[in-house]
Design a binder for this molecule. Structure first.
Ligand code: ATP
Ligand code: MG
Length: 247
């Protein structure tokens, strides 16, 4: 569905953020992109969503290249939710893409209201987005992304700053969704809950990739990349070890 091939990128100040990243996202797949601070996750997602021009390498969506194709088909929630809230009220913000897509105002507001309800944030509908808390803003941008209904959800730290219940609602939503998801996160437990496969970035390059849970049990790889084993993987390992001792 999405193919990233030997992607390299240097920021205008010369800093080389991506050093030959390749990955594949299959139809309907949920892929985690994990790595320490500065490993290149956000830079990679900005490319995948067509927000940064490819300098070197290729990105194709269903065989087609070009940032306009990527922008049309891949929806991104930015790591900083302030970057994307535009409208005077939450409901208008979430309905924006629906109206831009030709839906009638009343129908767009009704659908936007359903999305807010599914994320447990109906009470925010009439609030001005710029006055919301960090976690509330993050949920609103996620609602806006769902309204725009892209082929692939590219999510940069979607649960950062969320309280446990809101985090769980986002996780459940993504688990139940049949959309392809590319999820950049430090929350390895969430990645473990949602994704079938993970790519580990280190210093702008793919250090390892593989199926979950196995790749999150590879202590040497996790340590080399500045990561810690998520509790769920630790639990799986301990359960496996205990079953060997007392079958
Ligand atoms: N605008 C910029 N100009 C120069 N360098 C940048 C810029 N944005 C990011 N970088 C650098 O590029 C590298 C990759 O940054 P990126 O934001 O992609 O990392 P990340 O994996 O998303 O990190 P985090 O986990 O902190 O979100 C870092 O070394 C960062 O300092
Ligand atoms: Mg980032």
């Amino acid at each position: 569905m999405l193919e990233v091939c030997n992607l390299r990128y240097s920021y205008p100040d010369g800093h080389e953020a991506l050093r030959g990243v390749s990955l594949t996202l299959h139809e309907g797949e949920k892929l985690a992109v994990v790595g320490a601070n500065g490993s290149g996750k956000s830079t990679l997602l900005l490319h995948i969503a067509g927000a940064l021009e490819v300098q070197s390498g290729r990105i194709t969506f269903r065989g087609c290249e070009g940032s306009d194709i990527l922008r049309r088909n891949i929806g991104l929630t930015f790591q900083n939710a302030d970057d994307e809230i535009l409208m005077p009220s939450v409901i208008e913000d979430v309905a924006f893409s629906l109206i831009a897509g030709g839906m009638k105002l009343s129908q767009a507001h009704e659908h936007a209201g359903e999305i807010l309800a599914s994320l447990g944030i109906s009470h925010l509908a009439m609030r001005p987005p710029h006055r919301l808390s960090g976690g509330e803003k993050r949920l609103v941008t996620f609602a806006g992304l769902l309204a725009s209904n892209p082929e692939i959800l590219a999510l940069d730290e979607p649960t950062a700053g969320l309280d446990p219940k809101a985090r769980r609602r986002v996780i459940n939503f993504l688990r139940e969704s049949d959309k392809a998801v590319i999820l950049a996160t430090h929350d390895l437990d969430m990645a473990f809950d949602i994704c079938g496969r993970a790519v580990i970035l280190h210093d702008g390059a793919v250090y390892a990739e593989g199926a979950l849970p196995e790749i999150f049990m590879d202590i040497e790889t996790l340590e080399a990349c500045g990561l810690e084993m998520p509790l769920a993987a630790l639990n799986d390992m301990l359960t496996g070890a205990l079953s060997l001792i007392s079958p």
